[in-house]
Design a protein around this ligand. Structure first.
Ligand SMILES: *[C@@H]1O[C@H](CO)[C@@H](O)[C@H](O)[C@H]1NC(C)=O
Ligand SMILES: *[C@@H]1O[C@H](CO)[C@@H](O)[C@H](O)[C@H]1NC(C)=O
Ligand SMILES: *[C@@H]1O[C@H](CO)[C@@H](O)[C@H](O)[C@H]1NC(C)=O
Ligand SMILES: *[C@@H]1O[C@H](CO)[C@@H](O)[C@H](O)[C@H]1NC(C)=O
Length: 471
């Protein structure tokens, strides 16, 4: 770390403590964390948590976890990682996905869950901010109810505001190559936020964000494309019959799959959903476990009965079945994050968040006002930002075939046609390279959040792409 950086840090701490400049006072609430409850010994990486004020009038603050690159933080890329939901905590990225931590799999016995290191953490080669967005997610909070009502456009602006203030507090990271990453619903917010950043840069907003591109995994993009690709993918993966697929293809032409007008189409889709509901549609080879209900991406007004079931499961928080390892991780994260020792270690402000939820499923105060993010992708890629669009191919929620369909619809010319890419001496998936540095890749066997079940393969993919190497 440079001397300038240390000086600036000291200065900002000075300003903060003495409140000479309210702007800095608002922004800096960062703490270095060296130990975490349930982790043996001191953390083998630099972890910081903190709050950034995103609404000065109301006092709304977004909470983040920041992990410095274990290689060379002054040169390695800086990544803002957005997980799905909306309303899933950035903790999911830190401890259940691409981050440096994981939980030891064991049935919950009432003691504090054990945290272990993730040997395939992307923080080995990049610094990552895991953000609790929007207000109401994880440990982010506001004293005012107004901040709990938001939409997609506002969220993207708030994420940009967060980033600007975070970079003001961390000037040594202003020159690192910067990327926005997102998976699932975070994969919709990533291009929206990246476009806010690109526009801010063009309008000379300070500090300049050294945006180089973005990467998204099984990204929510456009319900029309995402959902209408479920039947052919379900057939391809052997979940539905050729006959049902044919009926859907005949009866559902031009239909909105979420609100079909044609009665035959509605019946066919109902049958499809019965088959999807029986299995873990986010990772079809994994067992279906009670907690998977939490993971359902709910649209306003849909899945009412599922919603009720979710709250049933939520309040019971039963002892997980050891076979349901993933459920185990999710439940363990709820136990761990709500422990008093954890809240102290993370420097959580008292009286801000009563009960931490890994994900919240009530979307009644969240408005979806961007029907498709395809134009955002097109705009960013045309402007020269690099993009990696990857898909775990065993996900039936956001099937890769729908993602590839909209990627092709951007009409960038093919530089390298469909070919396999390898990791650990084996085919790890397939990739296509388009002009303007647009890379599409599948992760063979990958789930809805592929780094979670294919950690080595996804690390290799990330390492190659972020280093400007061919997959
Ligand atoms: C913690 O780590 C130390 C040093 O690596 C090891 O000797 C000890 O057995 C570990 N303790 C537990 C409870 O895993
Ligand atoms: C939505 O907003 C209302 C107040 O306007 C509040 O009572 C309710 O708890 C909010 N719901 C969620 C899920 O945040
Ligand atoms: C891509 O090409 C198709 C067919 O020529 C055209 O209809 C479509 O508008 C093009 N899309 C874009 C984003 O240019
Ligand atoms: C692709 O990215 C490289 C840097 O990796 C850059 O030099 C080149 O101009 C980009 N190409 C296009 C077409 O944007």
């Amino acid at each position: 770390m440079s001397t300038t950086f240390i000086l600036l840090q000291i200065l900002s701490v000075f300003f903060c403590n003495f409140c000479l400049f309210p702007y800095y006072c608002n922004a800096l609430h960062a703490s270095r964390i060296t130990h975490l409850p349930g982790f043996n010994g001191s953390l083998p990486f630099y972890l910081e948590t903190g709050y950034v004020t995103v609404n000065e009038e109301s006092g709304a603050e977004l909470f983040y976890y920041f992990v410095e690159s274990e290689r060379n933080p002054s040169d390695d890329p800086l990544i803002l990682f957005l997980v799905g939901g909306p309303y899933c905590s950035g903790f999911s990225g830190l401890a259940l996905d691409v981050g440096p931590l994981g939980f030891m799999v064991k049935a919950y016995d009432g003691t504090l869950p054990t945290l272990i290191s993730n040997p395939f953490s992307w923080t080995q080669i990049s610094s990552i901010i895991f953000l609790d967005w929007p207000v109401g997610t994880g440990f982010s909070f506001s004293p005012s109810i107004v901040d709990y009502h938001t939409d997609e456009v506002k969220s993207a602006k708030q994420i940009y505001k967060f980033l600007i203030k975070w970079l003001l507090d961390h000037p040594s990271f202003q020159s690192n190559p910067f990327y926005v990453a997102g998976d699932s619903y975070g994969g919709k917010m990533a291009p929206l936020s990246a476009l806010e950043i690109a526009d801010g840069n063009e309008n000379f907003r300070q500090p300049f964000v050294n945006l180089k591109g973005y990467l998204v995994g099984n990204p929510v993009t456009s319900d029309r494309i995402d959902i209408s690709s479920q039947p052919p993918h379900a057939y391809g993966l052997g979940i539905i019959s050729d006959e049902l697929l044919k009926l859907i293809q005949i009866n559902c032409v031009g239909e909105d799959y979420q609100n079909p007008k044609n009665a035959h189409c509605a019946t066919n889709l109902k049958t499809l959903n019965v088959f999807l509901f029986e299995i873990n549609k986010f990772s079809i080879l994994r067992p279906k476990c009670p907690d998977d209900l939490f993971e359902l991406r709910e649209q306003k007004g849909n899945h009412r009965s599922i919603k009720e079931k979710i709250s049933e499961f939520y309040t019971s928080l039963s002892v997980p079945n050891i076979d349901c390892a993933n459920v185990c991780f999710r439940l363990l994260s709820n136990y761990w994050s709500n422990d008093r020792l954890t809240k102290e270690a993370l420097h959580i402000k008292e009286g801000t968040v009563e009960e931490w939820h890994r994900c919240k499923h009530d979307l009644s105060n969240y408005t979806c006002n961007v029907p498709t993010s395809v134009p955002h992708h097109l705009n960013l890629i045309r402007r020269g930002y690099r993009a990696l669009i990857y898909s775990g191919d065993h996900d039936l929620d956001i099937p890769f075939i729908g993602t590839l369909k909209w990627v092709r619809s951007l009409n960038f010319s093919i530089v390298e046609n469909w070919r396999s890419w390898r990791a650990g001496g084996q085919v790890a998936g397939y990739t296509m390279l388009f002009s303007n540095n647009l890379t599409f890749a599948t992760v063979k066997g990958g789930s809805h959040t592929a780094p979670n079940n294919m950690p080595l393969q996804c690390f290799v993919m990330f390492e190659r792409w972020i280093s400007h190497k061919s997959l």
